[in-house]
Design a protein around this ligand. Structure first.
Ligand SMILES: Cc1ncc(COP(=O)(O)O)c(C=O)c1O
Length: 330
């Protein structure tokens, strides 16, 4: 029996139908802006978020880094929480590529009043805060969703301070489905968003930077400079368009299965598709789970993470819950 792989939601393989859409994609040279499938996808995603433009990039990391650099000049400050993907998993890219200084609040969901007190506007003789980055949903926060009123209040306090907002929306689709929030509602709160077609949507590659037309033109230059200009990228865009059409509503199934696992392990309610479980020895539990055909991630010395996705059905979720539950009971 193949293992149930819950290490990440990026593990899905394109379905046959998605592969067929890729094989049939109309393509051109996207570096010249002439790939019709890419152009269609970019327009579609910009529209979904109510922005003027979107730029296809190879990864969520590149999307974040371009989004951040559009908002934060070198030697100015980005505020985010200490567990954010942008400061935890992107290998120092804000500092290396953007010369961006980061200052972090405690890890987890942001609180608007705490952010307001943390910002440093220009003129204080301090490094000025140029932008706040918000992760929606929050990966290390166990897939938690920033509620819309919190984001709205964050927008108010940042706007009052003249500070921009970036959204690391790798899983913003999960947030939209779980909270019943329209993507456009999210879109209007942020100056730049990076949204992923991989992860829960199941496309093999691709993220988009969503923003206004002026910034999008700069984003295209940054993308090329980073080596992210792709030629017949329409084959990837076709997978993304397919995913948007067929794999967004079904995220509710992933959320239901994550809750099934959480209930079995007694870890309380989860917002979306990520279950973080506190254990005595994460490495040992992950190794034992692997022996029983269940793959989980170690995300801290005492934390394992289980992520539901397109390749995990009800039986797989039950099997994972049974194996991990047994190990925790020992
Ligand atoms: C919250 C978040 N942002 C960004 C990324 C980066 O995406 P990619 O792996 O496509 O670079 C990830 C990947 O897991 C993520 O969880």
């Amino acid at each position: 029996m193949p293992p149930v792989d819950l290490r990440s939601d990026t593990l899905t393989r394109p379905t046959d139908a998605m592969r067929a859409a890729m094989a049939g994609a109309e393509v051109g040279d996207d570096v010249y802006g002439e790939d019709p499938s890419v152009n269609r996808l970019e327009e579609q995603v910009a529209d979904l978020f109510g922005h003027e433009a979107a730029v296809l990039v190879p990864s969520g990391t590149m999307g974040n880094q371009i989004g951040l650099r559009l908002l934060v000049p070198p030697a100015e400050e980005l505020v985010c929480d200490a567990d954010s993907h942008v400061v935890t998993y992107e290998h120092g890219a804000p500092a290396l590529h953007g010369g961006i200084q980061t200052r972090t609040l405690p890890g987890g969901l942001l609180d608007a009043d705490e952010v307001a007190a943390f910002l440093r506007p220009p003129g204080w003789g301090t490094v000025a805060t140029s932008a706040v980055s918000v992760e929606q949903t929050h990966n290390r926060g166990g897939g938690a969703v920033h509620p819309l009123p919190v984001l709205q209040r964050l927008r108010e306090v940042t706007a009052a301070a003249g500070v921009a907002m970036h959204c690391d929306g790798a899983r913003i689709w999960n947030a939209a489905i779980a909270s019943g929030t329209d993507l456009e509602e999210y879109g209007r709160l942020f100056d730049t968003l990076s949204v992923c077609l991989s992860k829960g949507l199941g496309a093999p590659v691709g993220s988009l930077v969503v923003t206004d037309a002026t910034r999008a033109a700069r984003a295209r230059v940054m993308r090329k400079r980073l080596g992210g200009g792709m030629r017949q990228a329409g084959v990837l865009a076709a997978a993304g368009s397919y995913a948007l059409e067929h794999h967004v509503e079904r995220l509710a199934d992933d959320h239901r299965r994550a809750q099934l696992i959480a209930d079995a392990l007694d870890v309380g309610p989860v917002d979306t598709n990520i279950v973080a479980v506190q254990v005595h020895d994460a490495v040992a539990v992950a190794a034992a789970a692997r022996e029983h055909g269940v793959l989980v991630s170690v995300v801290g010395p005492r934390t394992i993470r289980l992520v539901t996705h397109l390749d995990v059905d009800d039986a797989g979720a039950q099997r994972a819950a049974g194996v991990v539950g047994e190990l925790l009971a020992r």
